[in-house]
Every structure is written in structure tokens, then in C-alpha cells.
Design a binder for this molecule. Sequence first.
Ligand code: AR6
Length: 173
Amino acid sequence: MGARITLARGDITTQDVDAVVNAANSGLLGGGGVDGAIHRAGGPAILAACRELRATTLPDGLPTGQAVATTGGNLPAAHVIHTVGPVHAKREDRSELLASAYRESLRVADEIGARTVAFPAVSAGIYGWPMDDAARIAVGTVAATPTDVEEARFVLFGDEAYDAFRRAVDALD
Ligand code: AR6
């Protein structure tokens, strides 16, 4: 069974869910965009957990398309699932890596027993992925991935993102 997909406008860091997905980078030590917002709102426990991963299981960082969980620190969510989307490239189709970021995030969500998961529009900010295509891949992949997650909530910043995800959900049925 796939997760029920819902859409929300606003800030992912305030969502009352079991896990929030972070659009991180391979270094896992913070950044701008949604990554910066999650670390700011969640506090230093998240960075400490990321440093611990770098010191142990992920010395070279988290490869693109993969995912790993840490504490949610001070967030309402108990867990953050960090994933790394691909940088958009005009001359190379990296869609499969973007799909993998969503699939792997759901796999990790299942591992930690998360039933409600909030996702941002991975790669659609600093990494430059065109929003309509990012939304199509995000929604299509989550809809097609078997999981115990009951609700996959896309939390979108702004009308452009929200409208793109709305169209992608409408195109499913
Ligand atoms: N809540 C929901 N969505 C947000 C929030 C928020 N608080 N803040 C930004 N967005 P981005 P990427 C939206 O750039 O493209 C970081 O430096 C944003 O408007 O956060 O995967 C990392 O460390 C956009 O639609 O992620 C990496 O180096 C979407 O979230 C790099 O950026 C994703 O934008 C990853 O870039």
C-alpha cells in the first residue's frame, strides 16, 4: 500500500508529524533553505547526531539519493530523515536519483516506525530542479512506493510550489 498523499502550505519545521524529511547535502552538517530552517528550529541535537554519523557510519557523507534518520531535537517531529537530492543538470537526466531520495526516505521512515511524514520539494530550491518536474517525480514516486507510512504530507513554501504539487496530485487520478 502507498501512503495517502496530502498537501500543505507553509513551514515544514512546525508540522506535527512523526518525521520531517530534510533536503540536505552529502556533508550532512547543515546548509541553507529547508536544511538551515530545520537545524535552526530543531536545535543543536540534530547537528550533533549528524556529526556522530559522519564520525561513524558515514565518514564520506550521505550519497545522493540516499536517506538517514536522526533525532528531531526540539521539532514537534521526533525524527528528521535527511536525504540528498541531485543538483539539477540540463545535460544529464538525474530523475532516478530524485525518485530514489523519496523512496529511500520512505524506507527509512518504515525502519523507524514513522506513520506520518512531511516532505519538502527536494532539489527544487538551491539545487535548481524545475518545480513542475520536481513535483511530478515527488508525487509519482511516493504514490508508487509500498510503505507502512499512512500520510505523506508535502509541505510547500509558496503558491508556485503548492500549485505544482496540486497539479501533480490531480494528474494521478
Ligand atoms: N519549509 C518548507 N519548505 C521550505 C522551507 C521550509 N521551512 N524552506 C525552504 N523550503 P532547498 P534543495 C523550500 O533549497 O533544492 C541546502 O543548502 C524551498 O522553497 O531547501 O534540495 C542544503 O544543505 C524549495 O521549494 O533544497 C543543500 O546544500 C524546497 O524547500 C541544498 O540546499 C527545497 O529547497 C539542497 O537544495
